[in-house]
Write a protein that binds this ligand. Structure first.
Ligand code: SAH
Ligand code: SF4
Ligand code: F3S
Length: 438
């Protein structure tokens, strides 16, 4: 039997695409392997969001050159966001011509026919579409987990934040029909899935362009009503259009998880404007306060970019200030990375490395303090945990998440996919510890 290996970089969208790609190649008769020496087909699903993602990909790709020499029949396919960039495909053609297949984010469903073509030709095949109106429905899926699943509810992005490559790599925003989403969720529930995570670059604009518009809040409610689904998560929410209706739906519906990921990017109104984010410092803080007031046990997490072009010390202090005022449960912090083709890449005032590093370290210090403070609120509390499995480092310890997405390692009885009551006995920056209570 032929074997395939898939390597996925980047966000949950890519993970979800990889699950579909895996499903398709399994239908062609391949079985999965984690060992590259065993593989007849290697697929690399790439991310382009920051420079280091690109570097990691090219590093790994370079390593496969030797493997290809030893095993000339090995098929090497590369796909994902990086392949939507002309200069990347050019580089592959010129310097990595041992690659067999290049395809993009808009045509993952062509992989079976590309593989067929590849068998016949054995030379580099490139098929990248600039954009596509099609939403591939009903592709086979190899899911990573039995008890939880990703469901893409839309693709693309129309926001063009000035630093971001995603609108160029994923094309224009398109929402799936809610009927298709609901039937996918029902099928997942029949399959034993307890938790679904609805995915989109900006879920709050879901449904706006459908013939029969459906607001995201309504979709969320309908999904949470599917029998068998115990938990619903979603990401990501753009602060500019998070509606009151959405806050109410979450508040009134215990199956919807107590967690909102709300990327702020910067605390400075001036920088936010340059970033094309359509909100300012005050509206962001007010929004967070409103959410916390309406849904008291909610966790709010965020993304922050440090060192956007022209960022001054004063701008950066605004970021720290918002962090303190919003007391995020956690944050993903990034150093600004210049992406070719974006507006910010050609802005004057790129910030020097030393200044950025210093700001980044100060932000991390505040982050650690506040995260620990937020986690301490959980001490001695009883929480419901959906068990994800055994801890990687200790077979006697189980691991899972609270509704608010806190990672908890705990002792006691339970199986993957069970929801159990756990008492929190200790807290740390990156996880909580506890034990199951009968
Ligand atoms: N659609 C999501 C974000 C997807 S990208 C949203 O708008 O919230 C995930 C995160 O990567 C972004 O929130 C941003 O913080 C970060 N990011 C995107 N482009 C970046 C860049 N050029 N440099 C550094 N970080 C970036
Ligand atoms: Fe990128 Fe902004 Fe779209 Fe998010 S909303 S994917 S940050 S352009
Ligand atoms: Fe995701 Fe990276 Fe593409 S973050 S959308 S895989 S550029």
């Amino acid at each position: 039997m032929k074997k395939y290996l898939i390597i996925t970089y980047g966000c949950q969208m890519n993970e979800n695409d990889s699950e579909k790609i895996s499903g398709m190649v399994e239908e062609l008769g391949y079985s999965r392997t984690e060992d590259e020496k065993d593989a007849d087909l290697i697929i690399m699903n790439t991310c382009s969001v920051r420079e280091n993602a690109n570097n990691r990909f090219f590093g790994n790709l370079g390593n496969f050159k030797k493997l290809k020499k030893k095993k000339p029949d090995l098929i090497l396919a590369v796909c994902g966001c990086m392949m939507q960039e002309g200069h990347i495909v050019k580089k592959i053609k010129e310097k990595y011509s041992f690659v067999d297949i290049v395809f993009g984010t808009h045509n993952i469903s062509s992989l079976p026919s590309l593989l067929e073509e590849c068998d016949a030709k054995r030379k580099l095949i490139v098929e990248v579409l600039e954009d596509s109106d099609k939403l591939a429905e009903g592709l086979p899926v190899h899911r990573q987990f039995k008890h939880k699943a990703f469901v893409s509810i839309m693709k693309g992005c129309n926001n063009f934040c000035s630093y971001c490559i995603v609108p160029y790599t994923r094309g224009r925003e398109r929402s799936r029909e809610y009927q298709n989403i609901l039937s996918e969720v029902r099928e997942l529930a029949n399959d034993g899935v307890k938790e679904v995570t609805l995915l989109g670059q900006n879920v709050n604009s879901y449904g706006k362009n459908l013939d029969d518009p459906v607001p995201f809040a309504k979709l969320l409610k309908m999904v949470s009503e599917v029998e068998g689904i115990e938990r619903v998560r979603f990401m990501t929410s753009h602060p500019k259009d998070l509606s009151d209706e959405l806050i109410e739906v979450i508040r009134d519906n215990p199956k919807i998880c107590r967690h909102i990921h709300l990327p702020m990017q910067s605390g400075s109104s001036r920088i936010l404007k340059l970033m094309n984010r359509h909100y300012d410092k005050d509206t962001y803080i007010k929004l967070v306060k409103k959410i916390r007031r309406e849904i008291p046990d909610v966790a709010i997490t965020t993304d922050i970019i440090v060192g956007f072009p022209t960022e001054t010390e004063e701008d950066f202090l605004d970021t720290l200030d918002v962090y303190k005022k919003c007391e995020f449960d956690t944050a993903f912090t990034f150093i600004y990375s210049k992406r070719e083709g974006t507006k910010a890449a050609v802005m004057d005032g790129q910030i020097d490395e030393k200044t950025v590093k210093d700001r980044f370290d100060r932000l991390l210090k505040l982050h650690d303090e506040i995260v620990l403070k937020q986690n301490k609120k959980y001490l001695n509390r009883e929480v419901d945990i959906l068990i994800d499995g055994k801890s990687k480092t200790n077979d006697n310890v189980l691991t899972g998440r609270t509704s608010s997405f806190k990672l908890v390692n705990f002792t006691g009885k339970g199986e993957t996919g069970d929801i159990v009551k756990v008492k929190i006995t200790d807290v740390h920056t990156f996880h909580l510890s506890g034990e199951v209570i009968e």
